[in-house]
Design a protein around this ligand. Structure first.
Ligand code: XMP
Length: 515
């Protein structure tokens, strides 16, 4: 595959480090995250056009603090240090970093120097996000100060001859109002990038590369209907057509119309050439779930049954050359393969499949992409917007949005209620800002009155959260009218529901799902 110009983000363990890579890519420059532990030689061997040293939780002057050999600054490759990275640069090059008299945290007005390329087209007084206990007391020799705040005399420094730049604040977070411009300045003005990372050309080169790799081989793909597996399937279909077989298992726990939507796109009347198998396994799953209340047990049953169904289908097809997976870049980073992230992904929908399929190699066409890029690639491949902009949906599906026993009747209730809630959220234009929203069915029945009749029916819980990482979340402040409209529609349109509740709990202490 033709090589893109690449910026390397050297990770020192800060919480925003994936964001840095995302922002650089938004500037159309390819960017990868590596751990500082790989060392200078390995960094140089990747031939980056620029290097960004990230933030991190340590203090540079502590013994054993994460560091790099100072030869990183002699490679002739431009370097931008951010927060911890800026302090490390100063520390290694002879400046002085120490504990600040006052911790600086939050939005801060930064006064910038017009002459610095990093601050080109940036206001002289600009709001930046600061989060640091240490500060640069004295810059390293040869560096000049290019920004300061009222509390922090050295908010940015540079040594233009050696193309070394450092900022104390976080340009990658949106609270830094002109942060994207600063990163844009670094990659274009300092590193001289041309900006060759574009989704249309990514799709084109990937399709070509997949064709070469797969040759005449057979590929099997488990399609879940989610964004990642749909985009992977579309890309493979474009590359190798009928050599690809996609298996879609309808476990009877999908959202309303989801099966039909997937079949419309990937089925025989859809836009792609491929072999598509839709397995109706609803009854099998309902039978296995009958009488089961406990959430972990439900998850386990569904995971195992999914593998059984898939295995049966795979056996009908026989040996294949490749098993396709919709792994994306955050999965790679979060499983500890890039960067410093220690979060191990705990949600594997199809993670157990490789043990049960007869194949030679795994193919992961989206391994380099962030979620937004995956969606964009999906659009380039002609997938409909409702598929590419889908919110996260758990592998065990509605079973973990029904508290207590799962029955087909309860699945119907939650599907109907959820469809109404999603429709109303979209109608109110909230679907762009609320990160995940759905309806769950509680296990509570209570007395109500409908017409002249007493009812004894279920309560639906509406959930809507805002989050950036899905590890923590806040309940979204949905306007009351939207909740009211949704409530009256649900109690009128969904039989056996007589109450609607709104879940106001954040995560922690709750989880995003309702199980
Ligand atoms: P919780 O409920 O743990 O969810 O706060 C965090 C995020 O993960 C999603 N989730 C899953 N995704 N398989 C998945 O692919 C699963 O088993 C699963 N369980 C939870 C959840 O929807 C939320 O976005």
């Amino acid at each position: 595959m033709a090589k893109n110009e690449k910026v390397l983000v050297v990770d020192f363990g800060g919480q925003y480090n994936q964001l840095i890579a995302r922002r650089v890519r938004e500037c159309n420059v390819y960017c990868e995250i590596v751990s500082y532990r790989i060392g200078v030689a390995a960094i140089q061997a990747q031939n980056p056009v620029g290097i960004i040293l990230t933030g991190g939780p340590n203090s540079v002057y502590e013994e054993g603090a994460p560091s790099l050999d100072s030869s990183i600054f002699d490679l002739g490759i431009p370097v931008l240090g951010i927060c911890y990275g800026s302090q490390l640069m100063m520390h290694l090059l002879g400046g002085h970093v120490c504990k600040a008299p006052e911790r600086e945290y939050g939005k801060t007005l930064v006064h910038t120097d017009a002459a610095s390329p990093i601050f080109a087209d940036v206001s002289r007084d600009t709001v930046c996000w600061m989060s640091h206990n240490d500060y640069i007391e004295t810059p390293a020799p040869g560096f000049s100060v290019t920004a300061h705040t009222d509390n922090c005399p050295v908010a940015a420094v540079e040594q233009p001859e050696k193309r070394l730049y450092a900022v104390q604040f976080h340009p990658e977070v949106l609270h830094t109002r002109e942060g994207k411009q600063m990163l844009h300045n670094f990659v274009y003005r300092v590193c001289g990038c041309k900006g060759d990372w574009k989704m249309d050309s990514f799709v084109e080169t990937s399709v070509k590369a997949l064709r070469e790799k797969i040759g005449g081989g057979k590929v099997l793909c488990a399609l879940s209907g989610g964004v990642d597996s749909s985009v992977a399937a579309a890309m493979l279909a474009k590359a190798v057509g009928k050599q690809l077989t996609c298996v879609f298992v309808d476990h009877g726990l999908l959202r309303k119309n989801e099966m039909e939507e997937v079949c419309e796109v990937f089925g025989p009347h859809g836009q792609f050439e491929l072999n598509f198998i839709c397995v109706n396994a609803r009854e099998r799953f309902y039978q296995k779930l009958a009488g089961v209340q406990e959430p972990e047990q439900k998850r386990k049953i569904i995971g195992e049954e999914f593998i059984r169904v898939f295995e049966e289908e795979a056996n009908k097809i026989g040996a294949v050359d490749f098993l396709a997976q919709g792994t994306i870049y955050p999965d790679v980073v979060e499983s500890g393969l890039g960067g410093e992230s220690t979060v191990i992904k705990s949600h594997h929908n199809v993670g157990g499949l490789p043990d049960y399929v007869n194949f030679k190699e795994i193919v992961e066409p989206l391994r380099d992409l962030f979620k937004d890029e995956t969606r964009q690639a999906g659009r380039e491949l002609g997938l409909p917007e409702y598929l590419v902009s889908r919110q996260p949906f758990p592998g065990p599906g509605l079973a973990i949005r029904i508290v207590g026993e799962v029955t087909p009747e309860k699945v119907r209730m939650v599907q109907e209620a959820d469809a109404i809630w999603r429709e109303e959220i979209a109608k109110a234009g909230l679907d762009k800002t609320v990160n995940q929203y759905y309806a769950a069915l509680t296990n509570m029945r209570s007395v109500g009155v409908m017409g002249d009749e007493r009812t004894y029916d279920y309560a639906v819980a509406l959930r809507a959260v805002t989050t950036t990482d899905f590890m923590t979340a806040e309940a979204a402040p949905i306007p009351w009218e939207v909740i009211q409209t949704t409530t009256s529609r649900i109690v009128n349109e969904v039989s056996h529901v007589n109450r609607v509740l709104y879940d106001c709990t954040g995560k922690p202490p709750a989880t995003i799902e309702f199980e």
